[in-house]
Design a protein around this ligand. Structure first.
Ligand SMILES: C[S@@+](CC[C@H](N)C(=O)[O-])C[C@H]1O[C@@H](n2cnc3c(N)ncnc32)[C@H](O)[C@@H]1O
Length: 204
């Protein structure tokens, strides 16, 4: 089964509260948006947004330029269904981040629990170059990934875990660390996953 099939199967067979990464409210992500004073007209892209409610909350807070990207069309369909007519205010992109191309540049790159699936060095290098290519000057990155104390797998797939220093090191070619926090995510099954959330500023 390839990656797209894996994720479409996950989203077509499980409800939101059966997914370990499910959050009723993406509180940490939203707190980073507030801390960074992201302007309401900033071009925001949520990488691997899945059927996360981040987009709902961003719309609610008045953000006007939101793109949600995911490898799974099924995931984005679920989000569109949930949002109803508001879905028309969002740009939806079905693609693998490994082959993402865009005519548009962004001011904010948000990624919760996607980077950690890139276990090959070539994929990580491509991710970094893609973020740099499609982000404007002074853009911000907000990344949440399994920390070095987090689980070894997510959705049954192996992950690469990060510490504050290894994530900063990974991004340092183009991005400077602003802030990092470690946070426990309690899954719907009441297990604990330690996440690292960091923000970065584009430096070139
Ligand atoms: C663990 S889930 C997190 C979903 C969402 N960010 C959240 O916080 O609820 C990972 C998401 O990344 C997507 N994904 C996995 N690999 C991807 C890839 N190579 N390119 C784009 N999306 C990917 C999956 O379909 C899934 O929606």
């Amino acid at each position: 089964m390839n990656q797209q099939e894996h994720w479409d199967k996950v989203y077509s067979t499980k409800g939101p509260a059966e997914l370990s990464w499910y959050q009723q409210q993406p509180g940490i992500s939203l707190s980073f948006f507030r801390d960074l004073s992201i302007s309401k007209d900033a071009a925001i892209i949520d990488i691997g947004g899945g059927d996360s409610k981040l987009v709902d909350f961003l719309l609610e807070e008045g953000y006007t330029d939101i793109t949600v990207l995911d490898i799974s069309e099924m995931a984005l369909e679920k989000s569109k269904q949930r949002l109803g007519p508001k879905a028309m205010q969002v740009n939806w992109v079905v693609t693998d981040i490994n082959s993402f191309q865009s005519n548009k540049k962004f001011d904010v790159w948000h990624d919760r629990a996607v980077l950690h699936f890139l276990t090959e060095q070539s994929e990580r290098k491509n991710y970094l170059d893609t973020a740099n290519r499609y982000l404007n000057a002074n853009a911000k990155i907000i990344i949440g990934t399994f920390s070095d104390k987090g689980p070894d797998k997510c959705s049954g797939l192996p992950v690469k875990k990060y510490s504050e220093s290894s994530l900063s090191d990974f991004l340092k070619k183009y991005f400077k660390k602003i802030k990092c926090i470690y946070i426990d995510h309690i899954t719907p099954f009441k297990t604990v996953q330690n996440f690292l959330f960091c923000s970065f500023l584009k430096t070139n």
